[in-house]
Design a protein around this ligand. Structure first.
Ligand code: PMV
Length: 319
């Protein structure tokens, strides 16, 4: 039996623009998803995931190409892609367990995919570099959901805080071990594909305006990289506010996000913005040490839920 676990993620800068060949900055979050794998002597893949009420869901190894419910597709397509690439085939017992709800938008799909791929390499005794784990996991995510820059996959594989360009063209760690962030959950589930498509439509309708926004976001991401490295939190916060202004212009913010952002800024935060596709999920705050408790209270008073998490976290690992 092998076990692997991978962290979740939070987008700090550059969402949406990163779909269009621009950089972003992503932080890994120490809420992990674990996957246990064991070989079976028959041709069945038996899945158990107590967190999503999945008990002994059985798939035949030769049926991995069939369509399955979304909640198990990431694991099954990861297995299919691994078997195809490494010319392997085996029955498997699979168990998954998440330390966080998939509702938060913290990257549960990418974390479960990366954990599964890492566990498969371990189970079949194949040495794999992080890049190979990234490539196979990113292919899996694209096979299942058809779009995505891969920033969430990179966070799950490498951990830490990453400067990332679309599809993994650049994956560079930003070497810091702590960053004073507060995470607030809106209680609303974001619909990432719909928002990404909406921005895509706007880009076709108003290419100059939207490309202008993307270029400004790119400049903010580049500045933020340096300011994070310098631990200049006041400047990082200011850049978050500028990034949020541009996301608002893109039309991806929401009433709930704006309420939590305002509450954080009114209680002394250096900066606050939505994190991810927008429309809901989480917002992220650059806080001062003195205002930390006030900011948390203000977010809760405005209807948000504080998500306590160690940021950054270690990337995928076997245990
Ligand atoms: O909604 P999330 O947390 O999956 O983040 C989406 C971020 C986008 O830039 C909009 C899409 C992507 O894959 O980069």
């Amino acid at each position: 039996m092998v076990k692997a676990s991978a962290p979740g993620k939070l987008m700090l800068f550059g969402e949406h623009a990163v779909i269009y060949n621009k950089p972003c900055i992503v932080a890994s979050v120490d809420h992990r998803i674990s996957v246990w794998l064991k070989k079976r002597n028959d041709n069945q893949i038996i899945l158990n995931a107590p967190g999503i009420n999945l008990k002994n869901y059985t798939v035949l190894v030769d049926d991995l190409n069939k369509p399955y419910p979304r909640k198990i597709r990431f694991v099954l397509v990861a297995i299919k892609n691994f078997f195809e690439k490494y010319k392997m085939k085996s029955g498997l017992d699979v168990e998954t367990k998440a330390e966080f709800s998939s509702r938060f938008g913290l990257g549960s799909s990418s974390a479960v995919t990366v954990s599964t791929i890492k566990a498969l390499f371990e189970l079949f005794g194949i040495e794999a570099e992080q890049r190979e784990i990234f490539n196979l996991s990113y292919k899996t995510v694209l096979d299942v959901q058809g779009l995505g820059s891969g920033f969430d996959v990179a966070a799950a594989v490498y951990g830490g805080i990453l400067f990332f360009v679309t599809g993994g063209k650049v994956i560079k760690p930003i070497e810091i071990t702590d960053i004073p962030l507060v995470v607030g959950y809106t209680g609303v589930k974001a619909d990432t594909p719909t928002l990404v498509k909406m921005v895509g439509r706007k880009l076709l309708e108003e290419p100059d305006r939207i490309n202008g926004i993307f270029n400004k976001i790119k400049n903010i991401v580049n500045l933020a990289k340096t300011e994070i490295e310098n631990k200049n939190w006041k400047k990082v916060g200011h850049l978050m506010n500028l990034n949020q202004d541009l996301l608002r212009e893109l039309g991806v913010s929401s009433k709930e996000l704006e309420n939590l952002i305002k509450a954080a800024l009114d209680s002394g935060a250096y900066g606050a913005k939505l994190s991810g596709a927008g429309g809901g999920d989480c917002m992220v705050v650059l806080s001062t040490r003195e205002s930390l408790n006030n900011i948390k209270k203000a977010i809760e008073k405005a209807g948000g839920i504080i998500i306590e998490a160690k940021i950054p976290a270690e990337g995928v690992r076997t245990e």
